[in-house]
Write a protein that binds this ligand. Structure first.
Ligand code: ZN
Length: 421
């Protein structure tokens, strides 16, 4: 008796920075193999014993992403072959996702690719540092307006303390080349949690930092702490999160959910959530290590809990409890401007340290970190030596020295060596 044919029922594609993912939805589990081909770059997926559901063939041709040109399919004796035509070579891997109550078995294909290195010869300043984006940090002072937050010793109000620390933090971040801060509130106003993450999301924030200074029933409780989201009870939270998505503008890891593609959304949300939390923990660790020089720490490690404000699946988020306003010493510290300035600076340093080590692709910081080879810049109309130096993050003196220039005079078409940083 012939085995019942496996049917590929749908194929979906999603794009995130540096990775394209495809989900092949099957009627039943089947073996597959995946291998790359070059000249031109392709990835081949053979699914054993598979047929394609009618009407899907035409859809496949239309699937594309930053790296995927199209998907072709061909029926073979052993099953169906899918050829993923690519714009460049990728690292491809496949994962089999078992059937669950809602969905059948799926094959997840991930195509990872590096961001292209800058060319050896650069002809316009615009293609240099000027076009690289900043790392965006959303600074979120808790509470505000009609919500005063915790009320502490010496009439200290949480909403005032955290606004002051938040402003100071934003100032420190903005002072560093390659970083930009946006604030969810910079005045004493009330914001819903949802409005807070909306600010972060519309600014394409790389990170959201919520700042609090809460009270505890015991006035002896003290110490600053850093929090990231906990995944316990993940499925229900995720389910709820999905359910709450009422606006079509909402995104999961850069993927619009407005097509109500529940299957893909859940797969992506799961992966996105895991990597986002891991990143949040790492950033939190870096922040803690700087804060410990300034504040008494409640715990030496990043703690996890189900704070609603941390539940952005696509934006790493940390929550900083700067101290307990219910504790006399800390209420006094937090009321001191000098203390708040120091604390904000240490938080900024922790964040900047982390991103200097792990800059996101496409940012100025990544560009600076990756710039390890000399390259040649061809001087064009309107350029000045100082501007070229500035865009390349080196000094004019260094630029003159490397190119044996006696003064700052340059001419159109002149080739300048830009030394690696
Ligand atoms: Zn609070």
């Amino acid at each position: 008796m012939a085995a019942k044919a496996v049917e590929v029922q749908d194929v979906r594609v999603a794009q995130q920075e540096g990775v394209t993912r495809l989900v092949f939805e099957l009627s039943q589990a089947s073996n597959h193999r995946l291998f790359p081909l070059s000249n031109p770059d392709r990835v081949v997926l053979d699914i054993t014993g598979a047929d394609i559901k009618q009407g899907i063939g035409a859809k496949l041709e239309g699937l594309s992403s930053d790296v995927l040109i199209r998907v072709r399919s061909a029926k073979r004796e052993s099953g169906t072959r899918f050829v993923l035509d690519l714009k460049q070579s990728v690292r491809a891997k496949s994962t089999v996702l078992a059937a669950n109550g809602t969905y059948g078995p799926r094959i997840l294909i991930e195509l990872e690719y590096g961001v292209q290195k800058s060319a050896t010869v650069v002809k316009s300043l615009d293609s240099l540092a000027g076009k690289k984006r900043d790392i965006v940090i959303a600074v979120d002072p808790g509470h505000g307006g009609k919500d005063p937050g915790a009320l502490g010793k010496f009439k200290v109000r949480e909403k005032d303390i955290v606004l002051s620390i938040g402003k100071e933090l934003a100032k420190n971040i903005n002072a560093i080349d390659g970083f930009k801060a946006v604030m969810t509130r910079s005045t004493d106003k009330y914001l819903k949690l949802r409005e807070r993450s909306l600010v972060a999301r519309s600014a394409n924030a790389d990170l959201m930092i919520s700042i609090h200074a809460d009270a505890f029933t015991k006035s002896s409780a003290r110490g600053a702490s850093v929090w990231a989201l906990s995944l316990s009870g993940k499925s229900s939270e995720m389910g709820r999160w999905l359910a709450q998505q009422e606006s079509s503008a909402d995104l999961v890891g850069g993927i619009s959910l407005d097509d109500k593609d529940q299957l893909l959304a859940e797969v992506l949300l799961d992966m996105s959530m895991n990597s986002t939390i891991q990143m949040s923990l790492n950033i939190g660790k870096s922040v803690l290590s700087e804060m410990k020089g300034v504040a008494h720490l409640h715990k030496n490690t990043v703690q996890q809990a189900g704070f609603v404000v941390l539940k952005s699946p696509d934006i790493p988020s940390i929550l900083i409890e700067t101290g307990f306003v219910s504790n006399a010493t800390e209420a006094k510290n937090l009321s001191s401007r000098t203390y708040r300035v120091k604390l904000a600076r240490s938080i900024a340093e922790g964040v900047v340290d982390y991103y200097n080590q792990n800059p996101p692709d496409g940012t100025l910081i990544a560009w600076k970190k990756n710039k390890q080879e000399d390259y040649v810049y061809v001087v064009s109309k309107g350029d000045t030596l100082s501007e070229i130096a500035r865009r390349n993050q080196i000094t004019v003196a260094k630029l003159r020295q490397v190119n044996s220039l006696k003064n700052d005079a340059i001419w159109i078409g002149q080739k300048l060596t830009i030394p690696a940083s």
